[in-house]
Structure formats: C-alpha cells, structure tokens
Design a binder for this molecule. Structure first.
Ligand SMILES: Cc1cc2nc3c(=O)[nH]c(=O)nc-3n(C[C@H](O)[C@H](O)[C@H](O)COP(=O)(O)O)c2cc1C
Length: 193
C-alpha cells in the first residue's frame, strides 16, 4: 500500500469530481489516497509524507489555476523526488478535432514551461459546462463559446464531457508506475530491478 496525494484546482467542481474519482480508484487498488484543494495546502502540509503526488487543474481563459502553477513551481523538488503526474481539465479536450487537441496540448506545454516541472505522466480530460454554476455574464459567454465548440447551448442544464474510462486508465497507469517505484514490504530501496 502506498500513500497518494491528489492536489487540485477547480472553479466549478469538475476537476474536484475527477480528483475524487481518482482517489476512489486508488483506494479500490488498496492504496491510501487523499484529494486536497490547492487552497488547503499550507506550509504545514507535509508533502514529504506521501509516496506519490498527482496534481490537477482546470483551464479558464486559457490559463491553469494560478495556485496550482504556484504549487507546482514551489514544490518541484518534492514532486520530482517521487512518482508524480499532472492532469488537465478543459473544454478543448472535450472536442475531438486536431485544432482543439493542439490547443489542450499547448496549455500543458505552457504549464510545463512556466513551472519547470516535467511530470512523469500527463493526462488531458474533457471537462464540463456547468451553466448552473455560472453568473449571468459567464453564462452568456460560455453559451456563445459552446455554440461553436460542442453545440450544447441549453443553459437550463449542465453538460459533462469527461471520459471516465480515460480517468480509470490514467489512475491504473499511475498506480503501476508507483508500484514499480516503491519498494515492496520488507524490501529496501535499491533492491528493485
Ligand atoms: C469562464 C470560463 C472560461 C473557460 N475558458 C476555457 C478555455 O480557455 N479553454 C478551454 O479549453 N476551456 C475553458 N473553459 C472550460 C473549463 O475548462 C471547463 O468548464 C472545466 O470543466 C472547468 O473545470 P472546473 O469545474 O474544475 O473548474 C472555461 C470555462 C469557464 C467557465
């Protein structure tokens, strides 16, 4: 069993929902996992206590959550010292054409450049349109964006684009990485092939 921390930045809740699902999947594999909003990570949070760390952020107006970028920059050495992964949540990843795939990949490139953190694993998940959470102006803006992007413009309901199978694949791939990197019970570091 290993301990895994998932730190996330979420404005309307989809990245939080994905983080909680990742925790559930890790727990289902017998690991000890916790999801923490980046706002709750303080100087007192003992990141060193975790065997592996996953960081997640949504995209708003082309940018990741500022606190997530700051967290990754400030804790790069701690992240690099253990298995680590980054996942991004955006509307771009909800759309299956080359233009939007490139857009989502460009957000990741910018994040890596800005933070100088090169995650062991990177995933890009489709997010959600949560009209129920938007204020008046944001609802109008997102409806306009959606009419070009997904066509989902009924503001009386929310739309979710996350592919939960992709989330499962990400979690199990990361768990495999962690298992390969963590000495089994009774073994000391350095005895692994
Ligand atoms: C104000 C606003 C701006 C957004 N800007 C972008 C954007 O520039 N690119 C993109 O791909 N998705 C964009 N999105 C879509 C979000 O990334 C998507 O809704 C995601 O699910 C939000 O995750 P969260 O609920 O964890 O904050 C935007 C959403 C909102 C509400």
């Amino acid at each position: 069993m290993v301990s895994i921390l998932v730190v996330y930045g979420s404005s309307e809740g989809q990245t939080e929902k994905i983080s909680n699902r990742i925790v559930e999947l890790f727990e289902g594999m017998g690991h000890d996992a916790t999801a923490v909003p980046v706002e709750d990570v303080t100087a007192d949070t003992t990141l060193d206590a975790f065997d592996a760390i996953v960081v997640g952020s949504s995209i708003h107006l082309g940018k990741h959550a500022k606190k997530v970028s700051a967290f990754a920059s400030a804790n790069r050495e701690i992240l690099d010292a253990r298995p680590n992964a980054f996942f991004q949540v955006s509307l771009s990843s909800a759309i299956e054409d080359e233009e939007h795939k490139a857009e989502a990949a460009a957000y990741v490139d910018e994040f890596v450049e800005k933070t100088a953190w090169h995650p062991d694993r990177i995933a890009m998940f489709g997010g959600a349109l949560r009209y129920s959470k938007y204020g008046f102006l944001t609802r109008i803006m997102m409806k306009r964006i959606a009419s070009d992007a997904t066509g989902d413009t009924d503001t009386s309901r929310d739309y979710e684009y996350t592919d939960w199978e992709e989330v499962e694949t990400f979690a199990s791939d990361f768990a495999t990485l962690v298992a390969g990197d963590t000495p089994a019970d009774g073994e000391t570091e350095g005895t692994q092939a």
